[in-house]
Design a protein around this ligand. Structure first.
Ligand code: IFM
Length: 449
């Protein structure tokens, strides 16, 4: 498939629905001399941690090439750009603003404002300052207060130059991948540690939200969660029950405290020693009104009953068809997820803040014919459209990612970009998927003139 197609009457083609692309600081910026070290700098030095033993020292050289990258956004015809701020770039170890670091974002945001590209800022996309990790990182309750101070100082300065703030991107990844199974920075393990990190991240969100609102009363404030819908391997009751536990442990552990101020029932299945320490009042702090919920969606997973008494469920390998990173392509899980969440919760408006696919791209004759990625996008846009027609309120969609970048533990081996990056020369090339977005968004613009 070479092009993206939506009917002019589709809710996605209406004026108020926004389309954008997303990136994050550590994955694209490089320029490590312009900031303090973060946990990913340290984790990348751990032998075997990163598939190709790479790191974020150069990445896409976005700090040097940001003007060229903003031109790419213009070429794509997007009306919004989701970026993240690097905490170790904009703050000193004393908890004050680092003016030169903040200046980088101020000039970038000013240019996006001039071009009428709405700016969606994520305050934490995994690059915790290393000095805070040395004091315990997200296992230390004080880190939640350090985050609130960072959020206060940055939002006070950026104010309403921004259309939306997200406190965190994917707390699941920071807590579970980073502190429970150890495949992401800082590489700590243990259920107690994963659950405690998650609680402190949620607490940090809750502490920061009223501050962001006070500093920027006209800016949307929310959070971005990733959802991997859980499906039973069979319809036998043990597998179905295990799937419910998996969903609570992986997905609802983050959403339910935010919306209802409680952890899901699976909390009570954990031994006391694995439960997080929760102070009186924490759950009320966490349950702040949200202007929006950012949803990152890529794939689904299958579950069956646990095979040992320490586990809650058995997680299965992805089934085909798969993207290059090995994740199943199953767009209907997006539609089902939205409908199920809307039935179960009193949801704020939703933005899809990430959706996309790693594919085995080949640059040949100056072109990347990523028709597989175009097909992925098309099928997910249709699933989203179906959810919206069924009544779910979704206000926008961001493709992951503007350009190929550092894909965490996979290093530079997985390409998610609409724009191909040659990591030797730093040359950018629009892939076929970028051209497809460009054409679709041009049509949308003309329709709404
Ligand atoms: O690259 C990541 C991003 O940083 C967070 N969400 C998932 C993407 C693909 O793995």
């Amino acid at each position: 498939m070479k092009n993206l197609q939506l009917s002019p009457s589709s809710p996605l083609m209406q004026r108020d629905f926004i389309f954008g692309v997303a990136t994050s600081s550590f994955q694209i910026e490089g320029d490590i001399d312009g900031r303090l070290p973060c946990i990913w700098d340290t984790f990348c030095q751990r032998p075997g941690a990163i598939e190709d033993a790479s790191n974020g020292e150069v990445a896409c050289e976005h700090v040097a090439r940001w003007e060229q990258d903003v031109e790419l956004l213009q070429q794509l015809n997007v009306s919004a750009y989701r970026l993240s701020i690097s905490w170790p770039r904009v703050m000193t170890q004393e908890g004050e603003i680092n003016e030169s670091g903040l200046h980088f974002y101020q000039q970038l945001i000013a240019q996006l404002n001039r071009l009428n590209i709405q700016v969606f800022v994520t305050l934490y996309h995994w690059d915790l300052p290393q000095y805070l990790e040395e004091q315990g990182g997200w296992l230390n309750r004080d880190t939640a207060y350090a985050f609130a101070n960072y959020a206060a100082k940055v939002t006070e300065r950026l104010g309403d130059k921004v259309a939306a703030y997200a406190t965190f991107n994917e707390p699941f990844c920071s807590a579970y991948l980073g502190y429970e199974i150890g495949v992401h920075a800082p590489g700590k393990t243990g259920r107690a540690s994963g659950r405690q990190a998650a609680h402190h991240i949620l607490l940090a969100h809750g502490l920061a939200m009223p501050i962001i609102r006070k500093n920027c009363p006209n800016v949307q404030a929310g959070i971005v969660l990733n959802f991997t819908p859980c499906y039973p391997k069979s319809d036998n009751p043990e597998d179905v029950q295990a799937t419910t536990l998996a969903d609570e442990y992986i997905n609802l552990w983050y959403l339910q405290p935010l919306l209802e101020g409680t952890y899901p029932d699976v909390f009570e299945r954990l031994p006391e020693s694995d439960k997080p320490v929760i102070y009186e009042g924490d759950m009320a702090i966490i349950q702040q009104p949200l202007d929006y919920l950012g949803v990152n969606f890529y794939t689904r997973l299958h579950y069956s009953a646990a095979t040992d008494s320490n586990s809650l469920y058995t997680e299965h390998e992805h089934q085909g068809p798969k993207t290059a990173i090995g994740w199943e392509i199953y767009p209907d899980a997006l539609r089902e997820l939205f409908i199920r969440l809307a039935q179960r919760f009193d949801l704020p408006p939703i933005y899809i803040t990430e959706n996309g696919a790693a594919m085995a791209d080949q640059l040949e004759g100056g072109q990347v014919m990523d028709t597989d990625r175009v097909a992925y996008f098309q099928s997910h846009l249709e699933a989203l459209e179906a959810a919206m027609l069924a009544g779910v309120e979704v206000k926008g969609y961001f493709a992951w990612s503007l350009m190929d970048n550092f894909e965490w533990a996979e290093g530079y081996t997985q390409r998610f970009g609409l724009v191909y990056v040659d990591f030797q020369s730093q040359q950018r090339t629009l892939k076929q998927s970028a051209l497809a977005w460009q054409a679709l968004l041009q049509q949308k613009r003309e329709l709404n003139q």
